[in-house]
Design a protein around this ligand. Structure first.
Ligand SMILES: Cc1cc2nc3c(=O)[nH]c(=O)nc-3n(C[C@H](O)[C@H](O)[C@H](O)COP(=O)(O)OP(=O)(O)OC[C@H]3O[C@@H](n4cnc5c(N)ncnc54)[C@H](O)[C@@H]3O)c2cc1C
Length: 285
C-alpha cells in the first residue's frame, strides 16, 4: 500500500482578497492548485460575476461576497471592512483592486462606446459590425483618449474597418447621434463649443491603480499611483500583499494580464509559506 500524500502546510489560514478581477481569480486558482487548506474570502465591489468567478466561488475553501467593496483596513486587528460595514478578519490580505479611469466620466458617457476593460474590445467589435451593416459603408469613429488604452482602441477600431479620428482633448459632453448609425451617440462637444461628429464615439481614457485602500492601513504608494510592493509582493505593512494593476514595483504599474497572472502565481507561493497571524492555541501540559 502506498503512503498517503504528504499534506501541504498552509499556515495562512484566512486569506482575504480585495478585488475579484483577473489577478484575484488567478490567485485563487493558484492557491487551489497548491492545495491551500485555509479559507479564501474574495470581496467584489460588483454585483455581477463572470463564469470563471462563479466557478471559483464553488470551490470548497472559497467564498465570494458580491457587491461588497473593501473600504477600510484595520492592519492592527487584521480586519477589512466593506462599504456596508461588514467586517472580515484575515491572516493575510491581498489587495487586487485593479485600475480605474483617471478622470470622472465625461457627461453623457453612458451613451457611447467605452474601451475601459479588456472585454470591451469584443463589445466594440459587435457594435461596429451592426453600425457598418446599418450605414452600408465604412464608419467614421471619434476616439477620445491618450496613452496605451487609446492606442489599443485605435488598433481595435482599425482592425474592424472603422476610420478613427482621435482627439487627445477631453470633450465636455458626448452628444446624441445624428448620423443614423443606430448608436445613441456619435459626436462630442468641447469646452470651447467646437465639436466633432462621426458615426460612433469611443472613450478610451488613461487608467491609474485603484489604491484608495492603502490610506487606511498607511501602505506606501508610488508617486504615480499603485501600492508599493517588493519582489515578493509584500506591501510596506506586514500581512498585506498587492498584485495586478493595483500594485506598483519600483514605481511602475505593469498593467498587463500576463503580469497579473504571474504575480498571482508568485504571490500564492509566498502565501503558502507565510506565517499565520493567529497564535496557535496553547496546549495544556
Ligand atoms: C481597455 C483595456 C484593454 C486591455 N487589453 C489588454 C491586452 O490586450 N492584454 C493584456 O495583457 N492586458 C490588457 N489589459 C490590461 C488587463 O486588463 C489588466 O492588466 C488586468 O485586468 C488586471 O487585472 P486586475 O485583477 O489587477 O485588475 P482589474 O481587471 O481592474 O480588476 C479589479 C477588480 O476589482 C474590483 N474592485 C475594485 N475595487 C474594489 C474594492 N474596493 N473592493 C472589492 N472589489 C474591488 C473591480 O470591480 C474589478 O473587478 C487591458 C486593460 C484595459 C483597461
Amino acid at each position: 500500500m502506498s503512503a498517503p500524500a504528504p499534506s501541504i502546510p498552509s499556515p495562512a489560514t484566512r486569506i482575504v482578497i480585495a478585488g475579484a478581477g483577473p489577478a484575484a481569480q488567478a490567485l485563487v486558482r493558484q492557491l487551489e492548485l497548491a492545495r491551500f487548506r485555509g479559507s479564501i474570502t474574495v470581496l467584489s465591489n460588483r454585483d455581477d460575476a463572470s463564469e470563471e468567478l462563479l466557478e471559483l466561488a464553488g470551490l470548497p475553501c472559497v467564498s465570494v461576497r458580491f457587491g461588497q467593496p473593501a473600504s477600510f483596513i484595520d492592519a492592527e486587528s487584521r480586519s477589512v471592512a466593506t462599504a456596508d460595514g461588514m467586517e472580515f478578519s484575515y491572516d493575510q490580505l491581498v489587495i487586487a483592486t485593479g485600475s480605474a479611469p483617471v478622470a470622472a466620466p465625461v457627461e453623457g458617457a453612458g451613451r457611447c462606446l467605452s474601451y475601459s476593460t479588456i472585454d470591451d474590445a469584443t463589445r466594440i467589435g459587435e457594435a461596429v459590425r451592426e453600425v457598418t451593416r446599418k450605414l452600408g459603408r465604412r464608419p467614421l469613429g471619434i476616439l477620445v483618449g491618450t496613452g496605451a488604452a487609446a492606442g489599443q482602441a485605435e488598433a481595435v477600431l482599425r482592425a474592424r474597418g472603422v476610420r478613427p479620428i482621435r482627439t487627445t482633448v477631453r470633450p465636455a459632453t458626448v452628444v446624441p447621434s445624428i448620423s443614423g448609425s443606430g448608436l445613441a451617440a456619435s459626436g462630442v462637444v468641447f469646452e470651447d463649443g467646437s465639436s466633432m461628429n462621426g458615426d460612433l464615439v469611443v472613450l478610451a481614457e488613461e487608467r491609474v491603480s485603484r489604491d484608495g485602500l492603502a490610506a487606511s492601513a498607511s501602505l506606501r504608494t508610488a508617486p504615480n499611483g499603485g501600492i508599493e510592493i517588493g519582489q515578493d509582493f509584500r506591501t510596506s505593512v506586514p500581512g498585506i500583499w498587492a498584485i495586478g494593476d493595483a500594485a506598483a514595483f519600483d514605481g511602475v504599474r505593469l498593467g498587463l494580464l500576463v503580469a497579473a497572472a504571474s504575480a498571482a502565481g508568485a504571490c500564492a507561493t509566498q502565501l503558502m509559506t507565510a506565517a499565520p497571524a493567529r497564535q496557535p492555541a496553547q496546549v495544556a501540559a
